[in-house]
Write a protein that binds this ligand. Structure first.
Ligand code: C5P
Length: 237
C-alpha cells in the first residue's frame, strides 16, 4: 500500500472532507488526531471508515491499563485501521491495549487494528526530554520504549525518522515504524525537531510516513501529496 498517511489536523469535518476528497487515491490513509476528534468526536471517523478509507486514530492513549483497554476496544469497534498508545504507559498498559483490540475484533468478527506505541515525540529536543526527568539520550530511550512495545505484543512504534536505524537494529523486521516529522527542503519546521525528508525516511526503512502541514497547509494539497509520492517512487493508494 501507499505508505503516505496524511494528518487531518483541522477543526471541522468540512475542512477535513475537503482534504480527503482531494487526497483519496493519492495517499494510503488519513490520520485523525486529538484536534479533530475532540471537536467532533467519532462520527467523522465512522464516515471515513464507511467510505473504505484507512483511518489511523492518533489519540495516543496513556492511562491505567483498564481505561486504555476500554478506549482501544472502542477504537476497534469504530473500525479504524491503526490506533496508538504512549509506550511510556508501560508493559501492562500496552498488553491491555493489545488484548482489548484482539478481543473486540474477534467479538465483531473483524481484523484487529494495528496497535502501535509512541516512543519519544518528534517535537522533543534532548534538553526538553531531560527536563521531564529522563536522563538517557533520546536514541537510548527510543530503543528502550520500542523494545517494551514489541515485548507487549504491539505491531510497531511511532518514532522520528532519525531513529529508524536504531529501531531496525533492535526490533523484529516485521515491527512497523511510523514516522512523523517529515519535512522537505524549504518546508517550515514548525514545532518538529527531529526530522527527515519523506524519501530519506523511506530509504531508512520507515513503514509509514505521517505528513501534516507540508500537505494540508499547502495551496494545493493534492499536488503537494503527489510531489511527495513521486519523490518516494511509491505511486498508488
Ligand atoms: O504537521 P506535521 O507534519 O508536523 O504533523 C505531524 C503529525 O504527526 C501531527 O498530527 C502530530 O500530532 C503527529 N505526531 C507527531 N509526533 C509523534 C506522534 C504523532 O508529530 N511522535
Amino acid at each position: 500500500m501507499q505508505p503516505l498517511l496524511v494528518a487531518l489536523d483541522v477543526d471541522t469535518p468540512d475542512a477535513a472532507r475537503r482534504l480527503t476528497d482531494a487526497l483519496r487515491g493519492v495517499v494510503g490513509g488519513f490520520k485523525i488526531g486529538s484536534r479533530l476528534f475532540t471537536a467532533h468526536g467519532p462520527s467523522f471517523v465512522e464516515e471515513l471508515v464507511a467510505q473504505g478509507d484507512r483511518v489511523f486514530l492518533d489519540l495516543k492513549f496513556h492511562d491505567i491499563p483498564n481505561t486504555v483497554a476500554g478506549a482501544v476496544a472502542a477504537a476497534t469497534r469504530l473500525g479504524v485501521w491503526m490506533v496508538n498508545v504512549h509506550a511510556a504507559g508501560g508493559v501492562e498498559m500496552m498488553r491491555a491495549a493489545r488484548e482489548a483490540a484482539d478481543r473486540e475484533a474477534a467479538a465483531g468478527m473483524t481484523s484487529p487494528p494495528m496497535v502501535i506505541a509512541v516512543t519519544v515525540l518528534t517535537s522533543f529536543t534532548p534538553a526538553g526530554l531531560a527536563r521531564t526527568g529522563i536522563d538517557s539520550p533520546i536514541p537510548d530511550h527510543v530503543r528502550r520504549l520500542a523494545l517494551l512495545a514489541q515485548e507487549s505484543g504491539l505491531d510497531g512504534v511511532v518514532a522520528s525518522p532519525q531513529e529508524i536505524d536504531l529501531i531496525k537494529g533492535a526490533c523484529d523486521p516485521r515491527f512497523a515504524i511510523v514516522t512523523p516529522g517529515i519535512r522537505g527542503a524549504g518546508d517550515a519546521m514548525g514545532d518538529q525537531n527531529r526530522t527527515a525528508s519523506a524519501a530519506g525516511a523511506l530509504a531508512a526503512g520507515a513503514s509509514y510516513l505521517v505528513v501534516g502541514r507540508p500537505i494540508i497547509a499547502a495551496p494545493d494539497p493534492r499536488a503537494a501529496a503527489l510531489k511527495i509520492v513521486e519523490e518516494c517512487g511509491t505511486q498508488g493508494s
